[in-house]
Design a protein around this ligand. Sequence first.
Ligand code: KG4
Ligand code: ZN
Length: 305
Amino acid sequence: MPELASRAHMQNILPVVDAALKTSGCSLAELDAIAFTQAPGLIGALLVGTQFAKSMALALDKPLIAVHHMQAHVLANLICEEKPSFPFLCLTVSGGHTQIVLCESPLKMKVIGETIDDAAGEAFDKTAKILGLPYPGGPLIDKYAAGGDPKRFKFPEPQLQGLDFSFSGLKTSILYFLQNAGKSLAFKEEFTATEKERANFIKDNLADICASIQARIVSILLNKLKKASEETGIKDICIAGGVSANSALRKGFKESGEQYGWRTFIPSFEYCTDNAAMIAITGYYKFLNKEFADLSVSPMARSIL
Ligand code: KG4
Ligand code: ZN
């Protein structure tokens, strides 16, 4: 609900900035610059942040730095002690994006693969919705999958050439599978279950269904990452974005690293989902490079990396 999100930003921006300053023990005078998220995202929420940052920069006479949200997710990997060396690959998986990014330097990145339809986070959230779970469903699928058998149900892997991803076919097959109460992956009239049969099937098999869905999403992501590493010869590999908090992806990613000789990097849990530290570290690199914005800068709902 974009309108509610904008209002929540208006209500929270002052207390949040205030709390951040207090917690860090940093005064306004000590700040070197003001970095903010310019794009992409919900335009109302971005407008609140942009206007606030501009006002702060103007009032304090500090430089203003515009940050791209997806670039910031990648650079969250540079916050921790142990950092990847350039060039590295990053699989960025969030609610709106699924990308493989070739990162040559903090500010030089190229998207070499991305989703042609749904993002990985959407695949989690939309299938969770079909299962009757609330939004955001990703963390809940992760939670219920813990006690399930990931090999029990076999969902299809899309046969897409190159490094691009597709998740819409998986979502459709899960929808049909549940409409048929687990009897078929394709829609079959003769297997159409009643509302009650479907609810019972989900209730009795929730852990195995969640584990099987999660295993397929993770294998789609890791197979493409393996291909990207083979094609580029790059073995320093990171993951980032909200879905990198997923326990099966984190485990599978580490195992792939051991199997293929990658050095693997995952931001600490709190830097995986949306956070302000990733905006700050991107601001830091832009500050070193003197990439400042002027007061005419506008937020953008959509923007390619
Ligand atoms: O990066 P993020 O916090 O926000 C966006 O920029 O989109 O990512 C949010 C996404 C949601 O789709 C959410 O379901 C997913 O990350 N997510 C997870 C987990 N934690 C968050 N998906 C699967 N397993 C998780 N543990
Ligand atoms: Zn994000």
